[in-house]
Design a protein around this ligand. Structure first.
Ligand code: ASP
Length: 274
């Protein structure tokens, strides 16, 4: 089995400078020295690093395209892919890639860690080694067990577009509130097979959708939100779409000015299109 490890950066890649004590991204040789197990098993692991390694707060849709192309360009040569990523925006990248791939028949597993790889109590090794095992997990009929984009952290495997970072302190940093875990890793890795996406058509090639429109905004409602705040978001030049973060199951304050601002914004957007 062959797994390609794409290294984008994040806490997992950091090492402490012996003199200053400051953390900085490790070069590949240093990283490999911390995880010799990577190259000791039956799975062949090759690594491709982003140059430079990035904190995940700096990632954007261009980097999602970069990740997707690494998978596409190496698709035939590997059985599975692991993407090492900072935890802060890992769920965004996993979600984006899950929608970018059409007819994905191989595992793409995102993982990272809460402590840098060289720290004694680090969760890096466990997350990385299990993610690799999941990426290389195939049935005897030659089909991948989890042929979709997923996120693995602290023993749980989540669907990429259902995961959310919930905690910056605990090793269990993610949750999937609207869909159960696809697998749990304890002594054995137990797959919830009926929840896993059915495999695509292996005879068809992988297709990557790569057009993103970044002219979008999120408007989070809160008690006491003012007309000026709403106007500032909705009047953003060239805005094409707004995600409203509302209360409960979609409730919002019943101010007439709010509804009118939303109607005006829809009208402006339609007129810009026509
Ligand atoms: N700031 C880091 C990142 O998201 C945090 C982490 O990796 O956990 O890149």
């Amino acid at each position: 089995m062959k797994v390609l490890l794409l290294f984008t950066g994040g806490t997992i890649s950091m090492v402490r400078d012996a003199e200053t004590g400051a953390l900085h991204p490790a070069d590949m040789q240093t990283f490999k020295a911390f995880v010799p197990e990577l190259f000791a098993g039956d799975i062949q692991v090759d690594m491709i690093p982003f140059e430079p390694l990035l904190d995940s707060s700096d990632l954007n849709p261009d980097n999602w395209r970069q990740m997707a192309h690494v998978v596409q360009d190496n698709y035939d040569a590997y059985d599975g892919f692991v993407i090492l990523h900072g935890t802060d925006t890992m769920a965004y990248s996993a979600s984006a890639l899950s929608f970018m791939f059409d007819n994905l028949c191989k595992p793409v597993v995102f993982t990272g860690s809460q402590l840098p790889v060289g720290v004694l109590r680090s969760d890096a090794k466990e997350n990385l080694l299990t993610a690799i095992e999941i990426a290389a997990a195939y049935d005897t009929d030659g089909k991948a067990i989890v042929p979709e984009v997923t996120l693995f952290m602290d023993g749980e495997l989540y669907r990429g577009n259902r995961a959310t970072k919930r905690n910056a302190e605990h090793f269990s940093a993610f949750n999937s509130y609207n869909y159960p875990a696809l697998a749990r890793a304890g002594v054995h890795i137990t797959y919830n097979r009926q929840l896993i996406q059915p495999i695509g058509n292996t005879a068809r090639p992988l297709h990557v959708f790569e057009r993103f429109d970044t002219r979008v905004a999120i408007l989070k409602l809160f008690p006491g939100i003012t007309e000026e705040v709403v106007a500032a978001v909705l009047n953003t030049p060239n805005l094409r779409g707004v995600v409203l973060e509302t209360f409960g199951s979609g409730n919002a304050p019943s101010h007439e000015w709010l509804y009118q601002s939303l109607r005006d914004a829809c009208y402006l957007c339609h007129s810009a299109e026509n």
